[in-house]
Ligand binder design. Sequence first.
Ligand code: WT7
Length: 654
Amino acid sequence: MSPAAQTETKRFAPSADTVARAHVNAETYDRMYAASLADPEGFWAEQGKRVDWIKPFTQVKDVNYNFGEVSINWYADGTLNVAANCIDRHLATRGDQTAIIWEPDSPTEPAKHITYEELHGSVCRMANILESLGVRKGDRVVIYLPMIPEAAYAMLACARIGAIHSIVFAGFSPDALAARVNGCDAKVVITADEAPRGGRKTPLKSNADAALLHCKDSVKCLVVKRTGGQTTWIADRDYDYNEMALEASDYCAPAEMGAEDPLFILYTSGSTGQPKGVVHTTGGYLVYAAMTHEITFDYHDGDIYWCTADVGWVTGHSYIVYGPLANGATTLMFEGVPTYPDAGRFWEVCAKHKVNQFYTAPTAIRALMGQGTGFVEKHDLSDLRLLGTVGEPINPEAWNWYNEVVGKGKCPIVDTWWQTETGGHLMTPLPGAHATKPGSAMKPFFGIQPVVLDPQSGVEINGNGVEGVLCIKDSWPGQMRTVWGDHERFQKTYFADYKGYYFTGDGCRRDADGDYWITGRVDDVINVSGHRMGTAEVESALVAHAAVAEAAVVGYPHEIKGQGIYCYVTLMNDREPSDELMKELRTWVRTEIGPIASPDVIQWAPGLPKTRSGKIMRRILRKIAENDFGSLGDTSTLADPSVVDDLIANRASK
Ligand code: WT7
């Protein structure tokens, strides 16, 4: 059942303690929210002071949402350096404070506590190494690393010298890596020998080797030794980070960057086959990441904060590295998985490091919930003060379990709705301000004006108790600025369908109280374990196989993953369906895209439901995948209605 359809109206009010401690309570929320809309320039000028500027800005906001002329600028004439904001400015007051707690995959390997002083040295060394490899301001560097401290060093080293990083999640295949290296014309790829995860090792360097066969010869590869596992080595292309770090100077002057210089590119799936390179810039992004980190998680000096995401996703960018470090926080970085060595690992780590704020995805909660309460109860979670979720709608069962079993009913839950494109949270309850409802993202963050539009007419639907597509009126500093190398596509994707608004791609409901519930994507993007997957990407991977004539991919409800990947496959005339071929296609998709795109279900489809003009009717395929045969709707416009009966009769079992 989708959260929007459920009728749960129970509210969970914050405790008096939570309200008293909070940066923002109900009264301040209302006042600040009103101020942020009444005078955006004044509001964001004030918030701009959260970061240290080399040259202070005099302009705040310069935004045009008109299709054809879209341009988004914040603090445009200011200059700053992100690494200096995340490290140097803290040295005088908290040089000895832990910046990063690193918890390795194996619980028997010791954790590391990296102080701000040490972080400064390591980032400078990495920055100097990159410069010695020829990286200059504006150049692109691809980071393909496990969750190790060097991933944070690499990001901050790029920021320090003004290079633009593009992180590729270590679960992506060599092909996907090559496409991203070429997509942004990167000079250097930073990788590791191997990535330990859940007791297994992914051979990252050999993946990078395979990828680099499809890239320019000039691309260099900087290799971090994580396990010491064997790798092949190409002289004058591969460089040993650990060796170079011994020699590199531990000082590197931070580059003076314009507020609108790109900070990073992050590829994300859309409704077409090609992932797009989301571009975030320097000033506005940092202000927004820092502000949301402090306020949404009610972060206070001395707190230990843990976000379980991977730096390969935007959550890791904004809420493991940039937001927390800009705030001088202690941020925990975890290399492993929630279920290794057992389903108690998250809670063991929380207890071990006395975590105060814990931020994870609903899919992890659902998986752990299935393992019983014993794994939680074994560990002392008394330091936890706040819980967060992100990535997909959370079902009330998972919410209640999180609240009762993990939070012991005393930790407010922030259900943060946002996107790679938004840079930071756009809607979330604030812990000291709002009584939460399980499954609702509740309220807009400061400066955010959500609107519900009629999907057909594009007209704003006012009032409460309404549902439609979710758009955002006006800009905020953390918003993406363009698609790398394709501003046209940026405008077409986000500003064409509903003129004058930013279109989120999500549906939403505003309930009778005016609180927001995200109902899921309204485009051909599915959400698998909180990861965004374009159905078109999986389809193009499938049809690239010699046996496949045609493929159509849809999402279906999956108990743990939220949505699973359901593939209808039509084979070439001369090929017969078989279990072996099914296995082969699964492996094929994993190699083309990566394990995260692994099909959950493959159904052989002698024909696909198409209109007479040849358009595949996905609505019907979705219904069949959902086992919902009663409401297939009008099938009379199909070129051959009998294919539907065949698909129903042979529906794959899940
Ligand atoms: C899509 C964005 C933002 C970081 C992780 C995902 C869905 C995200 C929620 C939430 C309901 C959510 C939306 C959104 N989503 N958070 N709290 N409740 N849905 O980033 O890969 O860019 O995906 O994830 O559908 O559009 P992403």
